[in-house]
Every structure is written in C-alpha cells, then in structure tokens.
Design a protein around this ligand. Sequence first.
Ligand code: PMV
Length: 327
Amino acid sequence: MVAKAIAPSKIILSGEHFVVEGEPALVAAIDIYAKCIVEERLDDDIRIESKDYFGKIHVIKYSKNKIVDYAGDKTTKKILRPILIAVLKTLEFCETKRGLDVYIESDIPPSAGLGSSAAVAVAASASVLGEIKGNIDKEIIWKAAFEAERIIHKNPSGIDVTVSTFGGLILYKKGERPTFIKLNYKPIFIVGFINKRAKTGKLVEKVLKLKKEIPSIINPIYTSAGNLTIRLVEALKNRDLHTAGLLLNINHELLSAIGVSIPKLDIIVNIARKKGAYGAKLTGAGGGGSIIALVDESRLEKVKSSLEKRVKKLFITSIAEDGVKII
Ligand code: PMV
C-alpha cells in the first residue's frame, strides 16, 4: 500500500523559550506543509529520501539496526536520523515490523523558527500509520514525533509537535493537554524569513543558563511572558488587534532581554511596525530565522512591500485549522 500525509508548520505568537520552563505559549499552525509518502518494500530495510527546501536530495538506508548506506553530504545522516526515529517509533507503537520506502518533501524553510523538523517527523509518522492501518492516530503520531524532536534538541517543550499534529490555534503549556482557541475571524500574519539560521537547541541552552545565573532578574521576565500570553488570547478573541499588536511588540522585547534577538530581526520588526503592522516580533527560537507581523487587509500591502526586499522569503498566512492529515 502507498500512503501520503501532509503536516503544517507553525508560528509562535507568544511565549517561545518561556514555554520550555512551564509558561503558557500561543501557537498557530500555518498553511506551509511538509509532505511524506510511504510505501512498503519487499525486504525489511527502511530507505528514507528527502528533498529539502533548497532542492537538495538526501538518502539513507537502514538495515539490520544500522544505517548502512547514504547519499547526500556530511549533514545527511544528521538531517535524516530524526525522521528514522519517527518511523521506527511509529512501527514500535504499532507493534509491527516492515520494510518501507519513505519520501519526504518540505516547503518549510529549515531552522527558520517555523517548526520544519517537527512537521517532517509528524508527516513521516502519519504516513507510516496510513500505510499500516489506512488511517491515523494522533496520539501515536505525537509520541513518535516527540521522540524525533528529542534527538534534535534535548529539551523540547513539545509545542511544535503538538501544533503540527493537531493544527489550529493552541494555548500550550508543557505537560498539559493543549487548549484549542477558536476565533470567529481569520487574523493575517506576514512571515518574513531572513535566511540566517540558528540552532534551536543551542539557543534554548543559552537561555536556560542565563536563567540559572541571574534568576532574580530573569524569572520575572518569564512570569511577565506567561501573563502576556493569557492577555493575548483575550485580545485576539475580542478582535482587539491594537492590544494584540502591542502585546506582540512587548513579547519581542522580552525575547530581546533574554538574548535571542539579533540586530537584523530588530530592524525588520521595527520596519514592520513603522509601516503599519499592529505588532511584530521574532518567532521561534531566534538568533536568526523569522519574524511575524500582525496586519489586516488595509495594512497588508504597505507592510508587505516594505519587508519584501529585506527578507529572503515572505509568506502571507493565517491559521490552518487542520493538523496532520492523510491525503
Ligand atoms: O524550533 P523553533 O525555532 O521553532 O522554536 C521552538 C520554540 C522554543 O520555545 C524555542 C523551543 C521549544 O521546544 O519550545
């Protein structure tokens, strides 16, 4: 049998980093997808082939508990190992063994703060389930993809895997069931990717170290960020974009205070604000990656044209209600 799944990427509206230590964060799935096709093989091996965002092909083959063969470059094994883990864990949770050909194609820029690795792992796990059972079980997908995330960075909050699996707008607290937030309108976000990429794991470690070194200074920033997220949910529910924008701006400054912004991000965030965005902030781990700007139809064009020439890639997005699905 052949099974095909797609999983959405995400933007964090507030609370990244703070969420790792238990503060609530607000995250939305967006309609940029990772796709995966899985097909049964005649032998017991698992072959994974991935075409990345830049069009580069990476391949590994896993046979008798070892990676025996790979094609690509020196990063190939590192890039594909989490996908292999997601596939193996899914098979393990289904108490089955089989040889599989796994094909991945992602439209999500990697290391851009958009949850590319989580979406790929979620899509891979879902298509393995589709191949085995003909349908998906989101609890299994979440568990398998979370194991894969742990390979990439040791201390993930689980926010990326959760939103890619379940979709929608989610108020997320580590270790708790996600709360789904329903809005009766579609907020518009401009996402700008600056093509400077940073490792999430390293940034998470740096922030945790700072918190340990000067807790009396940093802990109140965590509390403030947690309160901000709760206020942001209210503002968005009430369609109060002015307050929502103000809170996004403050969230960016809190992230700056813990050392994860960089001058280029600060510059484009400020341009977006000056050109009429209700608010703008970095999104995801920082150190590079992407910014988001909250606009509406009347403000969209002006902000978009001011950012276009300053970013590598620009997306106009809203909340994608669906999480991973078989197509
Ligand atoms: O991997 P990114 O850049 O999308 O960021 C994930 C959000 C963090 O809060 C920085 C890490 C986490 O596990 O929650």
